[in-house]
Design a protein around this ligand. Sequence first.
Ligand code: PEP
Ligand code: MG
Length: 949
Amino acid sequence: MARKSTGKKEKEKKKMAKKKRYCFAFEEGDGTNKKFLGGKGAGLCTMTQIGLPVPPGFVITTEANVDYIDKGKFPEGLMDEVHEFMEDLEKKTDKGFGDPSKPLLVSVRSGSAVSMPGMMDTILNLGLTDETVKGLVALTKNERFVYDAYRRFLQLFGKIGLGVKDEGFEEIFEAAKEKFNAHVDTELTTEALKDVCDRFKEYIKKETGKPFPQDPWDQLYISIDGVFGSWMGKRAVDYRRQFNITPEMALGTAVNICTMVFGNMGNDSATGVGFTRDPGTGENVLYGDYLINAQGEDVVAGIRTPRPLRELRTDMPKLYKELEKMHNTLEKHYREVQDFEFTIERGKLYMLQTRNGKMNAWALCKTSVDMVKEGLITEEEALLRIEPDMLEQFLHRRIDPDFKQEPLAVGISASPGAATGKVVFDADRAEHLGNEGEKIILTRVETKPEDIHGFFAAQGILTSRGGKTSHAAVVARGMGKPCVSGAEGLDINYELKEARVGDVVMKEGDIVTIDGTAGAVYLGTVPMLDPDLPKALNTLMEWSDKHAKIEVWANADTPDMAAKSREHGAMGIGLCRTERMFNEADRLPWMRNMILADTPEERKRWADKLMPLQREDFVEIFRSMEGLPVTIRLLDPPLHEFLPSIEELISDVNRLKDFSQTMYALEQLPGTVTVLGPELYKYVPSIETVTREFGQFKAKGLDQKLLKQKEKILRRVRVLTEYNPMLGNRGVRCGISFPEIYDMQIQSIFEAAAIALRDKIDARPEIMVPNVCTVQELVWVKPRVEKLHKEVEKRYNVKIKYKFGTMVEIARACLRAARIATEAEFFSFGTNDLTQGTFSFSREDAENKFLPIYNTEGILEHNPFEILDELGVGRLMQIAVKEGRETRPDLKIGICGEHGGQPQAIEFCHKIGLNYVSCSPMRIPIARLAAAHAAIKEKKGLAAVTRAL
Ligand code: PEP
Ligand code: MG
């Protein structure tokens, strides 16, 4: 498409008639409007406007892309505007687009509102043609540089603009390297590069049936078209789906057209990417990689292994100083760590991109605290910039520091944490094996965006090329997965599915351990340690508690878990599941005997044996949680869960029944041996010993006694077996059916409290009744609690303060909350059961049977056992909160289902006025931060709208 000349008047007329404006120069675009200009465009506009050196350029808005997708073609007037802005660029740069005497070259880069690293496309050096190449050679006197730029453009343009397969370009390039005996790209001579350009053009012609377009306007048109099209490309669509990027967050890509600057114009030129602070540790130092005499994508693609940015201080001290200045300007403006791209062309610095830096949780915590101290941000902002789930990264394991073995290979510590898994060399296979439950280390020379599914499946990523800002490093860090990049000692051969390090060969399927914190690779498994929480987290947690309204408690069943919970800052125990205390090897037989007892008296005898054990545990828990409430739930699961399975029992009974026959056969064996042959005679004495001892066992009738016991258990298990045990005799129903069990538990709680109090430990028991559906159940239990309370107080001569409350985990309990609150001093939502009951989905079966299908079919957006169903379950909770507090205004209400540790649910609980959330000890920091987020967002009017409210 040749450039059309439009008369000035006509142009004016069109401008007037046009409703929308699609192009904005960097000097005028609104840098705060990322949705309109895309993140990259917004950054370029802002940088230009705050005085940073950005090459001249303009942005085509995301709106243009949306209109393009709508209409299936370029929106009317767009190319006229592009022409105008290109003319403006020509003026600003004193160059001409397609003018061989002083050619203007531009980059065409995509950029949507949400960063999608490597998911969309960029074309560099646009404007190069056979003609302008000659002109540029004359101008730069650097033929090699020009042909290097040309071959890069041909490849990117061919791939993105014309849809020609990239592999063909790679093959031609690798063949040229071999032919011209070059190990790295920079060793290719001008002749070699010319040869590559010719072959690229031939390849394009062969693949598209048309010659490579020699008109730069055609190139520009095709490239904009290519970038627009990439928004709906498979890679981008998959990425948006995977990361839940909704149209509200980002709709369409902008196209940034920017004057080219070159980092490959010789040794006074360079290109690099960096962060204003170390994204791995959060340290306030310029961090990143650069390459001398190279162009942008060389750094990111990991084709050459770049050098750390700090070395630029000695290589180009003046420019390093400029970068440091730029660091301050950027951070002062954005009040956030920035991730930037720069190019140095013949000693002059240019900024090409900036965006908020993605960091791991360590770095986020440290920079949050540091930036508050530096006065850059407020405490509230510091908290809000960390997504609570990010703290999950502290759960990563690390290699035991006492482990001193030499690593097999070393590389760059690209993303922290350690992981062990099978070496797999391609992403498809990693995905396949990962789905089968294998642990995988995705091992590649370098990774590309199309490997993303392999990342999801892998425990960790290992590459033999690339630096800290290579694709592998950026993506792994974002996912919180360990990554070692640039392990150059690793010679990977995809064909043979192996990697060699000297004489050591690592085949696909071999076990390897990577340490992304140290950048080391080990063969086999390595001892690992659980992680510690970073120092800055303490400060952040203090701030969180200061801002949060809802408290964070813990679900802890054992003294150890209680201690851990307190360490992590729990303000109480919201759920102590007592049944877990009965499952230990020394307790289970007594528990079984208690269940099997024929009479209440016998049951009480066994319960009395269990009582001191349970009491001891409670004393320890009270000790750990001194001064804080400890909510102890009375026994909840159906009793048969403590008994062996029917199948196991039937098999035992059959064996015991066959024992007489087995004995008869043993007695016959010595005689049979005489028939079988003399070589077996030597076994006769041992057979006779065995027979004698087994005979004595039988003579005492021990087998019959055992048989009777097993048969009795079998009968009892059959009686206790239910069709729907989760809806059967469990919780308070079981407590009412077998009162000795609850009596024993209540007594041990009070006795433990009495013992603790005598030792001057401020024990605060809260007795919680599970699975309540009517207030009458509480009316039945409460007097027993009161009676035992009095007795224990008298016996120990202490005053025990306690609370009596209930789980709210049955839909009816929500609807009858007003009545239930007449007896209960507190409610705790058991959202696991409440979800089960509200949906009538079995908690044991739904998640691996039909829920995945429901999610993929879009019938349910989420798994409701994971993400609280605010519309249904949440609605019931709201009713219970409102009506419960109408009866008892000071009713304390919490949540102890799994949702209690989930940030979105915590926000919901905050909104509906719960007093606390209770979650597993390891999620406490996440929950504390989420609790602060809920309060701060509410205060700032940023809270998500909840439809149920
Ligand atoms: C619940 O139902 O949410 C709950 C905490 O109890 P459990 O998971 O033990 O049934
Ligand atoms: Mg429950």
